[in-house]
Ligand binder design. Structure first.
Ligand code: GTP
Ligand code: MG
Length: 190
């Protein structure tokens, strides 16, 4: 897809802040620090559009990015960051689940997992939720550049075993590996 425009529109902390124009949305989900914001920047080839950081918990609101004036990328806060308070964790669950379950304009749920590790319990829970509710979704195994091809293939097999119902694409925001394949999926969903 040719990107003619990509702009940050707003941060939402509750339902009243969600966009209201009804344009289709693609959501990016996954644990804290897995690389959601980096993936958005990589797909759009715009450095720094979505804020990234080494510190987990960087993205704390639901952030809407308008692409080509026709659809949104939605960057969600990461889950599973042990150091946030219980209240914050509960808020994440409430905020994200409300959005994920209620939002009718969602066309595709992109769940990120780290290509180097087996999916965590929370990864599996989110995946089960997506499968159970028959959400159009796929898995992006990110940071693939950190593994040799051999190790990557092994790891992808393990991820497939843990999340057997879902299609998996290996990705690297550093090299752009997987970008074309992922864009095809996004275009198909729109
Ligand atoms: P939160 O907003 O805290 O939930 O994190 P996030 O999922 O948005 O992660 P973010 O994009 O901020 O990336 C976290 C760290 O991983 C940053 O230091 C990124 O540079 C790094 N990173 C993300 N994707 C890749 C990748 O594909 N390859 C490599 N080598 N590093 C990556
Ligand atoms: Mg982020």
């Amino acid at each position: 897809m040719k990107i003619t425009g990509a702009e940050f529109v707003k941060s939402a902390f509750n339902e009243s802040h969600w966009t209201t124009d009804g344009l289709p949305e693609i959501a990016f989900l996954g644990r804290s620090n897995v690389g959601k914001s980096s993936l958005i920047n990589s797909l759009l080839q715009r450095k720094g559009l979505a804020r990234t950081s080494n510190t987990p918990g960087r993205t704390q609101s639901i952030n809407f990015f308008l692409i080509n004036e026709t659809f949104y990328f939605v960057d969600l806060p990461g889950y599973g960051y042990a150091k946030v308070s219980k209240t914050m964790r509960a808020d994440w669950g409430k905020m994200a689940e409300e959005y994920l379950s209620k939002r009718e304009s969602l066309r595709l749920f992109i769940q990120l997992v780290d290509a180097r590790h087996k999916p965590t319990e929370l990864d599996k829970q989110l995946n089960e939720w997506l499968v159970f509710h028959q959400k159009n979704h796929l898995i992006v195994a990110t940071k693939a550049d950190k593994l040799s091809n051999n190790k990557l293939n092994k790891s992808l097999q393990e991820i497939e075993q843990a999340l057997p119902e879902s299609k998996i694409i290996a990705y690297s925001a550093t090299t752009g590996k997987g970008r074309d394949a992922l864009w095809r999926e996004i275009e198909n969903s729109l």
